[in-house]
Design a protein around this ligand. Structure first.
Ligand SMILES: Cc1ncc(COP(=O)(O)O)c(C=O)c1O
Length: 432
């Protein structure tokens, strides 16, 4: 399709406002013309360093040439047959390769879908059929998506759940440990036990679902000891432990899955986002006997595991191997954490620098006080950084966290340039 010459962000915003539903938010008033690796250019020709990576989708960088080549090649062969009607090999190969990357010395199986929320829905369906139980335990601050069950599991009301109820019954929220905001591991574990005592007995709970690092919720890392205790609790009661790696997986924390850091072996894993470098595909992976619980026809979807996205996901796996991206990601994490700590030494507004590998965030507080999250400063910083050519993304239950999801392929010089802009933007927005 021929593009109009000289598009402007402002003109496109006006067109957008007239025809796009208000509920579809937009963090920046920017329209993209092209993107490569960790850089994006807008329709006015302005260039940005991208520290948001399409919300954690391009760990291999925008338009990685190997991913583009694999999709182009697949485009010439066939683009859709529906796997449940006429199957294709890339789907099977992807399942073979991804199940090998999930911890656990037992037989594993996979299924593919299109979005993260769909993976969540299906993981719950599978756990329910396997256990013949209805209940699910999730955590405060969790984000699992925007479909009805995923919304129910999400632990943040505004804007994700407000007015969208009623939600499915049988979903309970425990506390997620958060040292900065005063929730210890013991308290969080007690909140799970409280649910099992007061809301649903263990024999009514099918699954417990947790993000090893909360994404949307604020990049809070689940203490490994907490994850091990949850594993033991699930074992005691025959509850399926589902680990949502939609944001933390695909190398984001320096290992393929974030759960690997803890040594915990989950029963089911959900993936999406960076597993295919920008092509829509998601996965449920895990113990073969659990995955096999639903009868034939109970799982699937017309576009689920599209051949184009399978080709992209296979290329992403190749890129991780060939370019040693996990190792590179670990070095990137150190660089980001060191750079952000240097800024924090100068700027007391940064209350905490935290993360796991290259899944890094800063939390902004007024007067360095955890009970005074500074959402307003966070908003000003993001706007100022964009004016100076750096794309940032917020998160957090208090909207006062900047999360960094820069591609793992980003050259050091561009990472440093981004950190410098962040530092200068914070000076400009925090004043004094
Ligand atoms: C941890 C987690 N789970 C689920 C989802 C939902 O994924 P999707 O937006 O692809 O439906 C997200 C999206 O941000 C996520 O971060």
């Amino acid at each position: 399709m021929k593009r109009e010459p000289r598009l402007s962000n402002a003109a496109l915003m006006a067109r957008r406002a007239a025809v796009i539903a208000r509920g579809v938010g937009q963090a920046h008033e920017i329209f993209v013309e092209r993107a490569r690796d960790c850089e994006v250019w807008d329709v006015e020709g302005r260039r940005y360093i991208d520290f948001a990576g399409g919300i954690g989708v391009v760990n291999t960088g925008h338009c990685h040439p190997k991913v583009v080549a694999a999709v182009s090649d697949q485009l010439q062969r066939y683009t859709h047959t529906c796997f449940q009607l006429l199957a294709y090999e890339p789907y099977v190969e992807l399942a073979e390769r991804l199940t090998r990357l999930v911890p656990g010395d037992f037989a594993k199986k996979a299924m593919f879908l299109s979005t993260g929320a769909e993976a969540i829905e299906n993981a719950i369906k599978i756990a329910r059929v396997h256990t013949r139980r209805p209940g699910v335990i999730a955590f405060g601050g969790a984000f699992h998506g925007r479909t009805v069950m995923a919304m129910a599991l999400t632990g943040k009301v505004a804007p994700y759940k407000k007015g969208f109820g009623p939600f499915p019954a049988g979903v309970f929220h425990a506390q997620f440990p958060n040292a900065l905001h005063g929730i210890g591991v013991d308290q969080a574990l007690a909140s799970v036990e409280h649910i099992l005592k007061c809301d649903a007995g263990p024999d009514e709970v099918a699954a417990l679902i947790i993000e090893p690092v909360q994404g949307e919720g604020g990049f809070y890392v689940a203490p490994f000891e907490f994850l091990r205790e949850l594993r033991a609790l699930c074992d005691r009661h025959g509850i399926v432990l589902i680990v949502d790696e939609i944001q933390s997986g695909a190398g984001r924390t320096g290992t393929w899955l974030a759960i690997e850091h803890s040594g915990v072996v989950p029963d089911l894993v959900t993936m999406a986002k960076s597993m295919a470098g920008g092509y829509p595909i998601s996965a449920v992976l895990g113990r073969a006997e659990i995955m096999d619980a639903p009868a034939a026809g109970g799982l699937g979807g017309t576009y689920a595991g599209s051949p184009l996205a399978c080709a992209a996901a296979l290329a992403v796996l190749d890129v991780f191997e060939e370019e040693h991206l996990l190792e590179r990601g670990r070095r990137l994490g150190q660089r980001l954490q060191a750079g952000l700590r240097t800024i924090a030494e100068r700027r007391p507004q940064i209350g905490e620098v935290r993360g796991l590998g290259p899944m890094v965030a800063i939390e902004l507080l007024a007067d360095g006080r955890a009970d005074r999250p500074d959402a307003e400063l966070t908003r000003r910083l993001v706007a100022e950084a964009a004016r100076r050519g750096l794309i940032l993304l917020t998160c957090g239950i208090y909207a006062n966290v900047i999360r960094i999801l820069v591609p793992l392929t980003a050259p050091d010089a561009l990472v440093d340039e981004g950190l410098k802009i962040l530092s200068e933007s914070l000076d400009a927005s925090a004043g004094g």
